[in-house]
Write a protein of this length. Structure first.
Length: 104
């Protein structure tokens, strides 16, 4: 299962109502959308669907839906899930002019 959380570090609280899309990379065909969600009051998207296959994924966060005048209108995060991994949680720490991502 893949999940994510967005924290607005400039306000010191979770970032709610951010649309997030999950894509999977298919060799020779490019990116294929496999799920989407909106961050809840805790800034969390619990799941994008069942199961995690090994491969390369991309999360796209629609920051423009959250901030009225964002410097980064969207944030794209690519990551790889290995064969032995069953769960993968990514945390996006957001500020007006920067962001960082970590695996939680």
């Amino acid at each position: 299962m893949i999940s994510t959380q967005v924290i607005d570090i400039s306000l010191g609280r979770p970032a709610a109502t951010i649309p997030v899309v999950l894509d999977f990379f298919v060799t020779g065909h490019g990116w294929r959308e496999i799920g989407q969600g909106v961050s809840d009051n805790d800034g969390v998207v619990e799941s994008f669907g069942d199961g995690v296959a090994p491969g390369i994924y991309r999360l796209t966060y629609d920051i423009a839906a959250y901030r009225s005048d964002p410097f980064f209108p969207s944030v794209l995060v690519m990551f790889e899930v290995g064969a032995s991994e069953e769960e993968c949680h990514l945390a996006l720490h957001l500020s007006p002019y920067g962001y960082s991502v970590s695996r939680g």
